[in-house]
Design a protein around this ligand. Structure first.
Ligand code: BG6
Length: 488
């Protein structure tokens, strides 16, 4: 086996989870309610209509906030990582994980977001997690904000629309750096910052009926506040934590023209430019001129403080990370068939198969994305989410055979290797949901991503016992051989 057949030395193989989708313990040890704790169960049959994410109402939020049970809110249960983290980390270590991407629930540290001092029990919990990771030699990559802002900030201020939320977030980040900086070198600011357009409540605590007609403007205003907050906490990490590396995080939604008819190509180009805009701001430190013109054409004025331009310019990120699940097509034909993707409806690509949730499987799209992003930004890249949601069958003997998952990963890893061989500086890969968890979009447990099975159903019934799927042993081998296994 020669070196060229494997991934780069020190390649960060691992997995990614988010606090709100795994921890459970939603009301334990002083934790406050987050926006995730009021997310209801939305099975995949509804997913052709993503507008459901734009229809969150004040009434529904208030009703959910007053409900002291977890019956309708699966993220309140998660997979009980809060009490199982040692066992779960041990399983990740057994697979050979070099890294684990995880997030810190803002509401464990600041239950309403506005406290002056953090909740010590929350700080202690994450310290235990990081200590255990250190013991197991698993490098943490921490997302500060992954769809879990304090519900109190959402209800009081309509979330990130209000500029004061920046200060609360900076205070939260400050505590994270002071408390966990000795363990954590890699930080990501906002998960899929672009998703604010697709689900403004989940991403930024915006309750659409409070915005009413100004929803478009409010979304851009909130996004601007997140850009500024991201730059401020990037600066703070650099000042406080020696050798810290801060990354942005983008949903890579690559789009192809359905045909070579010029209108399809133009619409596609625009979609891709829009998708890159968010990383452009965080990498280049300024809004792209064409985005500013577009906002002007649409009469959307973002209120910017005098210092914002400078803050953005001076505090750009060190590396670029992204999630990649699927690709889609675009067409000028309004009749073109559409299919669901990661909270988007794209035009169906006739050349690609889909998952049971309709997401189009496209390993080559991952390579194309890597080349495009590296050429555009010239910064190290990390794929921090990738995987397929599937229904798994537990056999009578407890085994779970998931060849479809192995096939999915194998095809994607091969494309990653090709991109690296062609010059892309890809430094790490964390699969999404290395252990089954609650879906962000649908709150289902039955949409499973893991190498590790969790015995829990959509209603929260089950033992919550962990067991290994076939893919567990396969991924372990991939890591062990640093990808050489893929040549077989
Ligand atoms: C990403 C999110 O968009 O997609 C994750 O960052 C999410 O939180 C993942 O879980 C997969 O989406 P879903 O809806 O299948 O959970």
């Amino acid at each position: 086996m020669t070196e060229q057949t494997t991934f780069p030395k020190d390649f960060l193989w691992g997995g990614a989870i988010a606090a709100n989708q795994v921890e459970g313990a939603w009301n334990i040890d002083g934790k406050g309610l987050s926006v995730a704790d009021v997310a209801t169960y939305k099975p995949h049959v509804d997913q052709k209509d993503y507008s459901v994410h734009l229809k969150v109402t004040s009434e529904a939020v208030e009703k959910a906030a007053a409900d002291a049970t977890d019956t309708f809110y699966p993220k309140r249960r998660g997979i009980d990582f809060y009490h199982h983290f040692k066992e779960d980390l041990a399983l990740f270590a057994e697979m050979g994980f070099k890294t684990l991407r995880l997030s810190i629930a803002w509401t464990r540290l600041f239950p309403t977001g506005e406290e002056e001092v953090p909740n010590q029990a929350g700080v202690n919990f994450y310290k235990e997690v990081f200590k255990e990771m250190k013991r197991l030699n698993i490098e943490p990559i921490v997302t500060l904000s992954h769809y879990e802002m304090p519900l109190a900030l959402s209800m009081k201020y309509n979330g990130w629309v209000n500029r004061s939320v920046i200060d609360h977030f900076v205070r939260f980040a400050n505590v994270c750096y002071d408390s966990f900086g000795e363990y954590v070198r890699y930080w990501l600011t906002f998960n899929e910052i672009d998703s604010i357009h697709r689900h403004p409540f989940t991403t930024a605590g915006i309750i659409p009926d409070r915005s009413g007609d100004t929803i478009e403007k409010d979304i851009y205003q909130a996004l601007h506040h997140q850009f500024v907050a991201s730059a401020l906490v990037t600066k703070m990490a650099h000042e406080k934590i020696p050798n810290s590396q801060v990354g942005c995080m983008l949903t890579k939604l690559i789009t192809y023209p359905l045909t070579c008819e010029p209108i399809d190509v133009e619409l596609t180009l625009k979609k891709n430019l829009e998708n890159n805009f968010y990383a452009d701001v965080q990498v280049k430190g300024a809004y792209p001129k064409m985005i500013l013109k577009d906002l002007k054409n649409r009469d959307i004025q973002i209120e910017m403080a005098k210092e914002d331009k400078k803050i953005l310019k001076e505090n750009t990120v060190d590396f670029v990370t992204f999630s990649y699940y699927m690709s889609m097509a675009e067409s000028g034909n309004p009749e073109a068939e559409r299919t669901p993707g990661n909270t988007v409806l794209g035009v169906k690509n006739p050349y690609l198969p889909s998952t049971e949730w309709g997401w189009q499987i496209d390993p080559k799209g991952l390579k194309i994305s890597l080349i495009e992003l590296y050429d555009r930004y010239n910064l190290p890249l990390m794929i921090v989410e990738n995987g397929m949601g599937a229904v798994d069958i537990v056999e009578e003997d407890g085994a779970i055979h998931d060849p479809y998952r192995i096939e999915y990963f194998k095809a994607h890893f091969k494309q990653m290797k090709e991109a690296i061989d062609e010059g892309v500086d890809l430094i790490g890969y964390t699969s999404w949901g290395p252990i089954d968890l609650v879906s962000a979009g649908t709150s289902q447990m039955s949409k499973r991503y893991g190498f590790i099975h969790v015995d829990a159903d959509d209603e929260g019934n089950g033992t919550y016992n962990r067991s290994k799927k076939d893919s567990f042993y396969w991924y372990k081998k991939v890591i062990e051989t640093n990808g050489a296994l893929l040549n077989d």
